[in-house]
Ligand binder design. Sequence first.
Ligand code: AMP
Length: 400
Amino acid sequence: MQLHSIKDLDLTHKKVFIRCDFNVPMDEYGNITDDRRIRSAISTINYCLDQDCAIILASHLGRPKGEFSEKYSLSPVQRRLHQLLQREIILTKDVVGEDAQAKVNAMKCCDVILLENLRFEKGETNNDETLAKTLADMADIYINDAFGVSHRAHSSVEGITKYFDEKSRAAGFLLQKEIKFFGALIKRPVRPFISVVGGSKVSGKLEALSNLLPRVDKMIIGGGMAFTFLKAQGYDVGNSLVEDDLIDDAHRIMQEAKERGVKLYLPVDVVAAQTFSADSVTKITTAQEIPQGWMGLDIGPATVRLFKEALADGQTILWNGPMGVYEMEKFARGSNKIAHYIADTYATTVVGGGDTADLVQRIGLDEEMTFISTGGGASLELLEGKILPGVAPLVCPEQD
Ligand code: AMP
């Protein structure tokens, strides 16, 4: 799949709207813990600056409920951009309101404006047409460099593209790199191809799990989502995270894995805690013996050994979602051990998802992985063979 590239556009002295993905993880003090997504946008921004463009950067951060909230302001992103680009970054007080309009109208060559969090506007996630048009009216050129959100048909990702013709919309360098990498991975993965899936919810990854099954040789399931599968197998998992309405789906996935000959691995033991807190009493129990009222918050040592065995012959390893509540030290051990093991293999190792990238970088293993994707959900949907709604308008027609 070939995309219209930013390099094909005439950008000189233009006003360029760049949809970035600055949805970065932060700690409890509001510090950015992994700025990969910001750093990854710098080449596209610098390229535009070299062409004397005036630049409007736009992104979402977290899930504010369609209104301003200090907690979700992009001001930490503004500061990091300032450090990285060594130039003034003008943050607007709103997204498309008076302040943003005034600042955009007053823009000069090489100014960089950062619009406030797109999700302060209710219309963003509904792909609202008026919002899309108002954003589009700000610029001459539209660049999508937000791989992490390209699987969402949102106003600034999909709706907006309708207001730019093929000579004025294109993919930035980051988006191109991600699409190229996953395109190659899906076409000819070196086998055995193993996916390691974790994180909190089956619901968010259900379709991806089903669609990955025909492509992979082994599937390893850890994290909170594993408990829905364990419950489907008839275990009492105490107060662990379970999506009861998805137990049938978990059954179906396990059955399908069997029929396809895909080896599916689930935790055999867990680090169980009495409460969901960093100072909770914990103990290691088998998956069969989680005490009443306790919850599994990490994979246990036997599971780490099992998963390592399963990963040993992997030639391509795709990892999406932590094995436990890695944000709390007590429940980070399983994820850390698996991260070290994956990093040490000679396989092609691909890490996807903000949380997984964050945990890998916290323990200094980011340089050891073959590819760290800036998009978790987006990369899974690409691997399902879908054309993402934010990418479809940027595909070169002759290559369709
Ligand atoms: P996701 O966004 O679905 O990839 O989920 C990431 C989140 O899953 C992280 O914030 C983890 O703390 C959380 N998580 C992982 N394992 C568990 C678990 N066993 N119970 C509850 N939450 C978990």
